[in-house]
Design a protein around this ligand. Structure first.
Ligand code: ADP
Ligand code: MG
Length: 364
């Protein structure tokens, strides 16, 4: 087990800066996720940790040891690649044993360790199969076993589930988490999938254009996004431009141009003094936090009249889109409470955005 410490690392390829001045401390035994859209620098960062790339600037440390330019085979990291990178014509056993052979581990020890790890990933029955005869999910398990068998200090996983179908992805999420907890191994997981990040991680770093936007637990990232990029990338949200008007006790009052009205925000954590009427601000509200009703809602604040423009049934939940003030779309989500509770398209409704559910954030 090991901590991973990145201090102001930058990686440039010609004039492309793939990763820019990244600082990160990953704790021992932590399940840490790099989340962000394609091309934001996740793989490049992982490769600098594995040693496949050396940073242009900055340092990589495992525990307190400087690893910045140590070659990959001397780092004791186990890596799982997006395309698995297995040897298709070798058996499951041979694939998993490969790393031990390179490390000159004795035949009997190799056999024991490979068998142990194959049991852990539930593939011991398939030892003699050729990898090319396995399903995608089974190949994924072989890749995991191969990374784990060398008893790495750090496990690195680069979009390991992206080639699997939705049901299998769900199953493998739980499987990977179970293995990670069992081994207690420091794990860095790369994904562009917010559901994977939220459900699996102890902490998440959100990337955009090579820059880390926010580091936090899944609930911090979801409930307290630091800017509009994070708010929009993780989960669904309605973002509306606002300008600061005034403060009255613990209530902040903003003006929404698009809604043509005031927005009241109650948030004891807001640093009131930092707002200025010229700040470029947006408000973010999650769809599940918004209330809709046919009748007048009792609150005198943050209630807007609108018309249902779209109803989407997803099974467990129902998304209702409401058009307010001609062209502002507000999306709401409710648990499915049965057909009698669905709103019909075209219905006039009231929308209420609770004061303590609105997050005010600067534009990224
Ligand atoms: P992600 O894994 O988040 O999709 P990458 O780390 O692969 O993103 O890439 C980040 C940026 O760096 C992209 O603009 C990509 O084109 C560029 N890049 C990555 N690897 C190389 C390389 N070997 N040579 C040139 N550019 C690269
Ligand atoms: Mg990548």
């Amino acid at each position: 087990m090991s901590t991973v410490n990145l201090s102001t690392i930058t990686k440039s390829f010609g004039n492309v800066t793939a990763v820019n001045d990244l600082d990160l401390l990953i704790e021992e035994g932590e399940f840490f996720t790099f989340l962000g859209p394609s091309g934001c620098g996740k793989t490049t960062t992982l490769r600098m940790i594995a040693g496949f790339y050396y940073p242009t600037k900055g340092k990589v440390k495992f525990n307190e040891k400087d690893m910045t330019t140590v070659p990959p085979e001397k780092r004791n990291t186990g890596m799982v690649f997006q395309n698995y990178a297995l040897f298709p014509h070798m058996t499951v056993f041979e694939n998993v044993a490969f790393g031990l052979k390179v490390r000159k581990i004795s035949k009997s020890d190799t056999k024991k360790r490979v068998l142990d790890v194959l049991k852990k990933v539930r593939l011991d029955q398939y030892m003699e199969r050729q990898v090319s005869q396995l399903s995608g999910g089974q190949q994924q398990r072989v890749a995991l076993a191969r990374a784990l068998v060398i008893e790495p200090d750090i496990l690195l996983l680069d979009e390991p589930l992206s080639n699997l179908d939705a049901r299998l992805r769900d199953e493998m999420r739980t499987e990977i988490l179970r293995l990670q907890r069992e081994y207690g191994i420091t794990t860095i997981y790369v994904t562009h999938d917010q559901v994977e990040a939220l459900t699996m991680s102890d902490r998440i770093a959100v990337f955009n254009h090579g820059v880390c936007q926010q580091i936090g637990t899944p609930t911090e990232i979801y409930n307290k996004p630091v800017n509009d990029f994070v708010a929009e990338f993780i989960g669904e949200t309605t973002l509306l431009p606002i300008s600061y008007e005034k403060t009255s006790g613990k209530e902040l009052i903003f003006r929404s141009k698009t809604l043509g009205d005031f927005i009241y925000v109650k948030d004891t954590e807001l640093n009131i003094a930092t707002y200025d009427e010229n700040d470029d601000l947006v408000m973010s509200i999650r769809p599940e936090a918004i209330q809709i009703d046919y009748n007048q809602i009792t609150s005198e604040k943050n209630v807007f009249k609108g018309q249902v423009s779209l109803v989407q049934f997803t099974g467990a939940s129902v998304h209702t889109y409401i058009t307010v003030n001609e062209d502002v779309t507000i999306r709401t989500t409710d648990l499915n409470r049965g057909p009698s509770t669905y709103f019909k398209e075209g219905t006039e409704v009231s929308v209420y955005m609770p004061e303590d559910q609105i997050r005010v954030i600067p534009k990224a």
